[in-house]
Design a protein around this ligand. Structure first.
Ligand code: 2AM
Ligand code: CA
Length: 266
């Protein structure tokens, strides 16, 4: 199926950002062994990626506003459209030379997410979705996993930082999930976790403390792949609260039930 003009714009921006990230990632791998480490270099890679995304999207759709991790809110003359962008999701992986990172670009129209693109330039995996037309990986249609038995499921989460003060809850919930499913993963990229849920690689995913740019594109992917996305207690308002539970219907149910049981023990 040919891509819409809108998705073409988003894919062009994402692949341009991806090329810049991939180039800089090569340098980060070299800097691993330097005494100073790659920290400063990574924040400039992040800035470069942000600028490339904004410039490409501005050129294609001049009036649209932006919300990006690096630049914050940049209002446009068109008040109905806003790009929500994470130029480099999985920063810690990138910093450590782990190739699990992505650029994430979503479009919001009248406050609703209508399209999402997630691109990992190292694996050359391009995930695209537009509301009502399905989710795709490099042009191949995606469906969330069909596994129904929780003990066969592979689920994923993100670890809190020391500062979050949520390590105890994380440990309790991870224990609950590990006891009831086949396998637990912590990949370090919310955007890729959601893309992988859409692709049926992961059955489900949950995490706290996220921002809109971490999840906006991935939410469209999961929805268009037939999955469910809510906050961690089953409500719809994810982007405001910052916690997320996503998966196939069966995995989503399993996650919510397990989190509730683990939180009740706390
Ligand atoms: P980032 O790489 O762009 O920072 C890692 O668990 C995932 O959660 C990444 O997608 C990361 O995005 C995101 N994240 C957002 N806020 C975070 C925070 N305060 N601490 C750790 N990860 C965070
Ligand atoms: Ca992020």
């Amino acid at each position: 199926m040919p891509r819409s003009a809108l998705l073409n714009v988003m894919v062009q921006a994402a692949t341009k950002v991806g090329r810049s990230l991939a180039r800089d990632f090569g340098e980060v791998e070299n800097l691993q062994v330097s005494v100073k480490g790659p920290g400063d270099f990574v924040s400039s890679a992040d800035h470069r990626a942000d600028e490339i995304a904004i410039e490409a999207l501005k050129r294609a759709r001049p009036g649209y506003g932006f919300l990006t991790e690096e630049s914050g809110e940049l209002p446009g003359s068109d008040k109905t459209h806003r790009w929500i962008i994470d130029p480099l999701d999985g920063t810690t992986n990138f910093l450590h030379g782990v190739p699990l990172f992505a650029v994430s670009i979503a479009l919001e129209r009248d406050g609703e997410l209508v399209a999402g693109v997630v691109y990992n330039p190292v694996l050359d995996e391009l995930y695209t979705a537009e509301r009502g037309t399905g989710a795709f990986l490099n042009g191949r249609r995606l469906r969330v996993s069909a596994r129904r038995d929780p003990v066969a499921m592979m689920l994923s989460t993100g670890s809190p930082t020391r500062q979050d003060g949520a390590i105890r809850r994380f440990a309790d919930e991870a224990t609950g999930i590990a006891e009831t499913s086949a396998s637990l993963r912590v990949t370090g990229s919310a955007a890729l976790d959601l893309a992988w849920v859409a692709a049926g690689r992961l059955d489900g995913y949950w995490q706290y403390g996220l921002s809109p740019w971490d999840v906006a594109a991935g939410m469209v992917l999961v929805g268009e792949a037939g999955g469910i996305v809510t906050d961690a207690v089953g409500r719809k308002d994810i982007v405001r609260r910052g916690d997320i539970a996503a998966g196939s219907t069966a995995a989503h149910r399993q996650i919510l039930t397990t989190l509730k049981a683990a939180d009740a023990l706390a």
